[in-house]
Design a protein. Structure first.
Ligand code: ASP
Length: 452
């Protein structure tokens, strides 16, 4: 039987109606037999996510302060969602008492304590949801990451799955044959048996790990948007929805501007070429966006236009730079030694620019960089520029089409946008333009009109 892993995010589990909607979605396709849930997110009347309430309770507990306010808010939240669905209050209180145990456990290692508390949102939600499914007539089983062997590294707050995890989790396949597996997102268990969470939004990663482990036919990720759009709606009015794109295109789009899926969630499914489908739980009729390994025939050459601002550049001029061995390595190691990561490094014969995310820099850092470059590389000139936006035209089809670069550059020039930098990676899947941040909207709109 084909198995689908369906992960529902915080907004899709935020109210009783949303939980009922999940059951409707499950009934539409019997292959949805592995359900991963986040903790309840924001909803009308509830403007704080359960995970954030847990973080608050944890911080108070660590300072030996009274944490009853966030604790009661969390309990009331779960009761408000599940009591109207017919779950007896006693039963709910029984499950929710686990929160008190967690908050009263050892605080000797604060990071360990934090993860144990913060993971409770997903864990409790799944325990209750599995009970609800059984009441609703769907044979379901809550499975904990501990029981299933989702072994992760002991990096609290930013754990990574180990290779052992996928092997252990493969056993879930046989459970899926006669039960719907309900599995909490966002955390795993260390070799020592401690709870360790992934970074924020990490339930996406749990879904991906499970999809890989059980050889799922598809990994569905349900949120409250229809899918990925071909440009950011804050930049372009009603941009078209992308029906299909490749993992690589998605990565390029999410690098600047597109916040689609937890970054690490693509790797496990990519390894086995399992398609990811982003869906809107409020709009089941929309097929969403499908993310696959190979381009589907008939798709556009360009998948989308991404953009982001807040970059700066250091540009060096040095006569005969091209003849100096190790020049670029020495330049980049200056940034590395200062703990700075760079985005792009376009070069000419006698000049080179390093483009960075401006947020990393303090004024004194800039002075140190300029001084060190001067001392170590002795350039003829060095300039810094702030307020740069990067605009990227993304598409697997760029490889097979001649003239996209000139087409895009022509469009930008017609729109009166000055191009400061062009970067086309050797994979030819994106062309990135560096422009003045004040031109970002104009540039994205011009490119969008041209390619869509
Ligand atoms: N609940 C966690 C968060 O808010 C994890 C998740 O929803 O994926 O980040």
């Amino acid at each position: 039987m084909d198995l689908i892993v369906s992960k529902f995010g915080g907004s899709s589990v935020a109210t009783s109606e949303k939980i009922e909607q999940i059951v409707k979605i499950m009934r539409l396709n019997d292959s949805r037999r592995c359900i991963v849930l986040s903790a309840p997110g924001k909803a009308p009347g509830f403007n704080v996510k359960v995970t954030d309430l847990l973080i608050d309770a944890c911080a108070r507990a660590l300072k030996n302060q009274d944490f009853s306010a966030p604790l009661n808010d969390i309990k009331n939240r779960f009761i408000s969602i599940y009591e109207p669905l017919g779950l007896p209050k006693d039963q709910l209180n029984g499950i929710l008492s686990n929160l008190d145990q967690r908050l009263n456990s050892s605080k000797e290692n604060s990071a360990k304590f934090r993860d144990l508390v913060v993971a409770a949102g997903e864990d409790i939600n799944c325990r209750i949801f599995a009970d609800y499914l059984n009441i609703a007539g769907i044979k379901a089983q809550y499975i904990s990451p501990k029981e299933a062997g989702l072994i992760v590294t002991a990096v609290f707050g930013d754990a990574q799955p180990t290779s052992q995890a996928a092997m252990n989790l493969a056993a879930l396949k046989s459970i899926c044959a006669d039960h719907v597996v309900v599995f909490p997102g966002f955390f795993g268990i260390t070799e020592e048996g401690d709870v360790a969470t992934f970074s924020r939004g990490g339930s996406d990663l749990t879904g991906a790990i499970l999809a890989e482990a059980i050889d799922a036919a598809e990994y569905e990720n349900w949120t409250d948007v229809d899918g990925i759009r071909s440009a950011h709606p804050l930049m372009v009015e009603s941009p078209a929805q992308i029906t299909a794109l490749t993992y690589r295109e998605m990565r390029e789009l999410s690098y600047i501007g597109f916040n689609v899926l937890h970054e690490e969630a693509v790797k496990p499914v990519m390894r086995k070429k399992i398609p990811i489908r982003l869906r809107n739980s409020n709009n089941v009729d929309n097929g969403g966006t499908l993310i696959v390994s190979e381009r589907l025939p008939g798709e556009r050459d360009v998948a989308g236009i991404a953009s982001g601002s807040g970059y700066c550049s250091f540009t060096l001029q040095k006569f005969l730079m091209n003849r100096e061995k190790g020049f670029v390595r020495r330049l980049l190691s200056i940034f590395e030694d200062m703990g700075l990561s760079f985005e792009h490094c376009p070069s000419g014969v006698d000049n080179i620019s390093v483009i960075l995310d401006q947020e990393q820099l303090k004024p004194e850092t800039v002075n140190t960089i300029i001084r060190t470059i001067g001392e170590e590389l002795n350039p003829d000139d060095i300039k810094t520029e702030y307020g740069i936006a990067l605009v990227s035209v993304v598409g697997e089809g760029l490889v097979r089409r001649i003239g996209v670069l000139s087409q895009a550059a022509g469009v930008l020039s017609k729109a009166g946008v000055n191009i400061k930098m062009i970067n086309q990676g050797s994979s030819e899947i994106s062309i990135i333009f560096g422009i003045d941040a004040s031109d970002e909207r104009k540039a994205v709109n011009a490119l969008y009109q041209e390619f869509f």
